[in-house]
Write a protein that binds this ligand. Structure first.
Ligand SMILES: C[S@@+](CC[C@H](N)C(=O)[O-])C[C@H]1O[C@@H](n2cnc3c(N)ncnc32)[C@H](O)[C@@H]1O
Length: 290
């Protein structure tokens, strides 16, 4: 099991749909003990990233706003905090800032403004969850009766120290483009959009295009490539028959119980089984190549 003692105090600076904060301690049981390079292609809030010890890391996500936030926390935390302090918990301001992404010049805003907007909206919206429309417009409503700490200086400073002291490279790429950046001795943790457990389950809906079976098959092929290069990986996914069938022949599968919100209602939770897929055995030895 991975040694986490040194970093018990680090926690993500945003809450994220599918975030692993609740299950990360269970997952750590299967993380290799020594990691040179840690790679997280679908980093989200980075619940796993902020728990581990390593010498170097590569984190990535397709979400541009989120990556602006990581880069600002790493390189520009003072300006980010100063901007966050100008925001207030106020519905009118929330709606105004939420609408920035309807402006044609939105993408041209400095990274730090994207970062401050994302953190502000997540802290003040309903259920604290990032959600966008098909047009990629943030559409979660204002969260009533909250007491948000919009600028949590302690957490932002700690995350900034973490990102800097662990020599973290940050990318905003489709995960498949990372393959050639991953060095041989790396450990890769993949937490992709999940395959739905049932036709109606909607916990992948935080993406405008949630993943279909073809996307899961492409991810399987990516994992096979990692395996053939001798790179250890661990993946979290739903324990749907489709996912189990894809991986069961060649890889190690373990199951964990995780509590999830039902229909994005944070008050209604139920326990579901998730699968953890690895290309190594209980002793950490790589499985045979195929
Ligand atoms: C389940 S979430 C990851 C949650 C994360 N482990 C955490 O603790 O918050 C999946 C992430 O994958 C990202 N994503 C979706 N498609 C992607 C792609 N093709 N390449 C890279 N990232 C992608 C989404 O933006 C989202 O942040």
């Amino acid at each position: 099991m991975h040694n986490i003692d040194n970093h018990a105090i680090f926690k993500p600076f945003v809450k994220w749909a599918g975030g692993k904060s609740r299950s990360v301690n269970k997952l750590l049981a299967w993380v290799p003990e020594h990691i040179d390079t840690y790679v997280e292609p679908f980093v989200g809030s980075g619940a796993m990233y902020f728990k581990l010890n390593f010498k170097h890391a590569i984190i990535n996500d397709l979400n541009y706003e989120l990556i602006c936030a990581y880069k600002s926390v790493r390189d520009n935390v003072e300006e980010l905090k100063a901007l966050l302090k100008t925001f207030k918990y106020d519905k009118e301001l929330f709606l105004k800032v939420r609408d920035w992404d309807r402006e044609p010049s939105f993408k041209k805003r400095p990274e730090v403004e994207h970062a401050a907007r994302l953190i502000f909206l997540i802290k003040t919206c309903y259920n604290g969850l990032y959600r966008v429309s098909k047009k990629n417009h943030f559409n979660t409503p204002f969260g009533k009766d909250l007491k948000p700490l919009i600028c949590d200086e302690k957490v932002l400073d700690r995350c900034s120290i973490y990102l800097n002291s662990f020599n973290t490279e940050i990318y905003n790429l489709p995960y498949s483009k990372l393959l050639d950046k991953i060095p041989k001795g790396a450990f890769v943790y993949l937490d992709p959009p999940y395959h739905p457990l049932t036709q109606t389950s909607n916990f992948t809906s935080y993406q405008p295009n949630s993943w279909k079976e073809r996307e899961q098959e492409l991810l399987y092929e990516f994992c096979v490539k990692l395996h053939r290069r001798g790179i250890k990986f661990m993946q979290s996914n739903s324990s749907s028959p489709f996912i189990i069938d894809l991986y069961k022949e060649h890889f190690t599968l373990q199951y964990i119980d995780v509590t999830r919100c039902i229909n994005s209602d944070i008050k209604k939770r139920s326990a579901i089984k998730e699968v953890v897929i690895m290309n190594y055995d209980e002793k950490g030895h790589l499985l045979p190549k195929f």
